[in-house]
Design a protein around this ligand. Sequence first.
Ligand code: ATP
Ligand code: MG
Ligand code: MG
Length: 363
Amino acid sequence: MIGILGGGQLARMLALAGKPLGLQFMFLDPADEACASELGEHLQGDYTDRALLAQMAERCDVVTYEFENVPVEIIDFIAEKTPVYPSAKALAVGQDRLTEKNFFRKLGIATAPYYAVDSFERLQEVMPEIGWPAILKTRRFGYDGKGQAISRSAADLQQAWRELEGSPVIVEGFVPFRREVSIIAARNISGAIVYYPLSENQHRGGILRLAKSCDNDPLQSQAESMIARLLEALDYVGVLALELFDLDGHLVANEFAPRVHNSGHWTIEGSETSQFENHLRAILDQPLGNTKTRGFAAMQNFIGGVPSLKEVLALSEVHMHLYNKTPRKGRKVAHATIRSDTPEALSGRIAALAKLAEQTDDS
Ligand code: ATP
Ligand code: MG
Ligand code: MG
C-alpha cells in the first residue's frame, strides 16, 4: 500500500500509473470530493490529524506527497513508523524561498540576484543591487504566481511592498529570459538517476499553460548537472522538478518542486516511462524506467473549464485527462497531451488545442 498526502490530480495520476504495477493507494485529503479518491482509500481529514496519520503510517509500506506545503513535522511523525519519500530535508529546503535560494547558491547553481527583506527600509537599501524590474515574493506558501508583486520602478516600490507586507518576503531581480524550461529527474533509493528531456514552459498570469518536450536541447546537459547536484546533496528519493530560466544559453534556477510536476504531464504519453511511474519506482527502489521520448509531445492545461470532449477528441494524436474536479475560477481541471511524430505536426495540433482551451479559460 502506498500512502499519498493529498488527493488531487497529481495523486490521481500517481495512482493511475501504479495500478498496472499492482499497487494500492490510500490518500489523506480534507476535501469531500478529492479527485483521487475513486482510485483508492480516502482518509478524509486534516493533514495534521495524528490519528489519521498514524493509521496511514501503520498500513502503508511507503508514504509520499503531492504538494510541497505539507508541514515538515508531519513527515517526521510518519517517518518514525514508515519511510517517507522525498525526505523531510528536501521538503524543508524547498518550502522557504530563502533557504531554497541559499541552497542553490551553496551548490554553485546560478539564481537571479535576491535578498531577504524584513522592512521597507531594507528593501530600499538593496534595490540598487537588484535593479528594476524586481519581483517580491512571499518566502512561503506561494504557488501559481500567488504571493508575488512586481515593482517596475522606484515609484511603485512601496505599493508592491504593501501588497505583501506582513509575510516574510524575498526580493529578486527580474530575469529577462529567452524561455522558461524545467528538468525532471528521478532518483531511487539505491541512488540510480534518470533525467527527462527538458520541457519548455509557457506561463500566463503565473500559471503554466503549455509545456513542450525539447528534443536534443543544447542546454540539456547544463540542466542535468544542476539537478544532479540537488539530487545528491539532498540524498533525494523520488521525482524532482527544477524550474529554470534560459538566459541566452545560461540556465538560472528559479525554484524546485519535490514532487511530480505539471510540466512533466506530457511524459504520460510522450515518454517510454511517465514521471508518475518513475516516482513510484523510485520510492519502491525498483529499477527506473527509460525516459526516452516517443516523438514530440506537448501538454495544454485547461484552467477553470473544459471544452467539449467531442471537440478535443476530434483532434487526432490528442489524449485527454480529466481530473474529476468541479470547475472553479482559475482551477486546473484537466490537461491534454499531444504526441506527434514530427515537430511540424505537433505545432499544428498545439495551435488547435490552445484555441479550444482559450474558449473555456476563465483566468
Ligand atoms: P509555481 O506554480 O510554479 O509553484 P510560484 O508561485 O512558486 O509558481 P514562481 O515559479 O517563482 O512562482 O513564479 C511564477 C512565474 O513568474 C515563473 O514561472 C516566471 O514566469 C515568473 N517569474 C518568477 N520569478 C521571476 C524572475 N525572477 N524573473 C522573471 N520571471 C519570473
Ligand atoms: Mg512554486
Ligand atoms: Mg514556479
